[in-house]
Every structure is written in C-alpha cells, then in structure tokens.
Ligand binder design. Structure first.
Ligand code: SF4
Ligand code: MG
Length: 284
C-alpha cells in the first residue's frame, strides 16, 4: 500500500523530518496496514505538518495536545492504528504533562518525537532538549539549563516500549516504528532529526560521531530495565535502537472492565425515546 499523498512537504532541504515521514510510510506498509486503518495526529511545529503528508487519516491538532487527541481517537475506535507525531518542543515543553501521563496510562498508541533540540518553526530558540551552551536568539550567552532526557524519563514513568533512532538510519527507524505500532501499549520513539537551519550543534556529523547503535551490541537485552538505564547513562543517552520493551504490561484498553471488542465508533448509538428521556432526566 502507498501511504504517500501528493502534497509536497515544505520543510527546508536536508531537514531530518523527510526521513521520518518516509520511514513512517514504509512502516505502515510493512505492517500490512491499509490507509483507512491508520490515523496520524500531530501538534504544532515544523514537524507538526507531518500529519498532512499521508494517504491516511490526518489530524493537525493544537500545540502540545497531540496525545490527548490520539488517546481519545484510539479509545473511540480501537480498530485504528493511531500514531502521534511532533517535535521536542511540542512534546517535552508545553505537552510534557500529557507525555508523562500518556506513558503511565498505556493506551495502545505510538508516539514519534522528531527531536531536533531547537524550536524550528519560530526561527531558532532553545527547546527543552537544547544542550547546555547552545547559543540562540533566546540564549545569546548559551543555554544554562539542563536538557530533558526523554528516554530516562519514559523508563521512570513506566513505559513499556522505549526506542531511539537517527533520521539518517532509515532502516533502523522503519523497523522501530513497525515494532512500536505492533507493541500492545504506549510506545515512545525519540528520533534525532536534525534541523539544518537553526541547530549547528547537533548536526548529522555530530550524531554520526557520537551515536552508539544497540543493534550492534549482542550482549544488550532490551527486556532489562536496569540495563537500559545504565546504557543510557553511560552514553549520555546518545544510543539508538530498542532500548526497552515489556511485552507483559497490559494496555489501558485491556484493563477497562466491560470495554467492548466492538469499537465505540462502530456501535449503534440509536436509543429509544424512553431511554433518552430517562438519560436527560438524570441531568435535569
Ligand atoms: Fe526542518 Fe529546521 Fe527547516 Fe524546520 S527550520 S523545516 S526543523 S530544517
Ligand atoms: Mg524541535
């Protein structure tokens, strides 16, 4: 199936988000999905435009709010594969509360963060992921705040699927997205997706030099949360691959008593006039 549509992205040439888009489109096809079975919800930012570039359902929400929308969508129609996508500013600043609570709630959705460690759309201010010393218009003497570590944060919030990727490694990224959508529960995939226009610190060359690929480490066991935390701390979180997966953790939907197999969106909502009046009387 072809998940591409005819709209040309207006990202800068070289932006990492192009590869994330391609990887998502491939992952949906590889997973054997049909366009009508997939919904992409995004927030605000350069990367937020991504939901408009699919031959699938797309919902461009408000800033930092892709996760509440995505969770609602999944609960109303559990037949859909729901993917939320956005930037590091969207997910780890204004949307951080939603991110943490979505992780611990564990609704079966996938969250892809295009982490460029800067605010691109508003022309280059520090984001919650900017490194110390990062010079921007908002921090002319260099950022003095510590960046958020999303992978460690996800592990401590109880995430069942935690992965990190680099937009240049399309093969690994595609595989991780496919694994994320197949995981039964919330999956977080943080993608180093360089902003070639406003981030001259975390460039393609920087990542090529520093990233450690867990796929090349035969000793690494992604079912071991201790090992995951240790690996992240040893490498200043500059690792890619499946960092942690807990296949035993039940999803939110699985834990709701009486939650019907038939999605809400497909259930008959017709009720008798008598039942309707009874319902109205309760609120009178
Ligand atoms: Fe990509 Fe940065 Fe350009 Fe935005 S400003 S489209 S993040 S390269
Ligand atoms: Mg950003």
């Amino acid at each position: 199936k072809d998940f591409r549509n005819k709209i040309k992205p207006n990202w800068c040439p070289g932006c990492g988000d192009y590869s994330v888009l391609a990887a998502m489109q491939r992952a949906f096809a590889n997973a054997g999905l049909e366009p009508h079975e997939v919904a992409i919800v995004s927030g605000i930012g350069c990367s937020g435009r991504i939901s408009g570039y699919f031959n699938a359902y797309g919902f461009h929400g408000v800033h930092g709010r892709s996760l509440p929308i995505a969770q609602g969508l999944k609960l109303a129609n559990r037949d859909l594969t729901v993917v939320a996508a956005g930037g590091d500013g969207d997910g780890f600043a204004i949307g951080m509360a939603h991110t943490i609570h979505a992780i611990r709630r564990n609704v079966d959705i996938t969250y892809i963060v295009m982490d460029n460690q800067v605010y691109g759309l508003t022309k280059g201010q520090t984001s919650p992921r900017s490194q110390k010393g990062f010079i921007t218009k908002s921090t002319p003497y260099g950022s003095i705040e510590s960046p958020i570590h999303p992978m460690e944060m996800a592990l401590t919030a109880g995430a069942g699927f935690v992965a990190q990727a680099f937009s240049s490694d399309l093969k690994q990224l595609t595989g991780l997205i496919e694994a994320g959508i197949k995981h039964k529960g919330f999956s977080l995939i943080n993608v180093f997706s360089p902003c070639v226009t406003y981030n001259k610190m975390n460039t393609y060359d920087f990542f090529k030099e520093h990233l450690v690929n867990l796929d090349e480490d035969s000793e690494y066991d992604p079912s071991n949360r201790h090992m995951a935390m240790q690996k992240l701390m040893e490498n200043n979180a500059l690792v890619t691959g499946l960092i942690y997966q807990n296949k035993e953790q039940p999803s939110y939907e699985e834990m709701i008593k009486g939650f019907k197999e038939e999605p809400l969106a497909k259930q008959d909502i017709m009720i008798s006039e008598q039942d309707f009046n009874k319902l109205v009387a309760q609120f009178a």
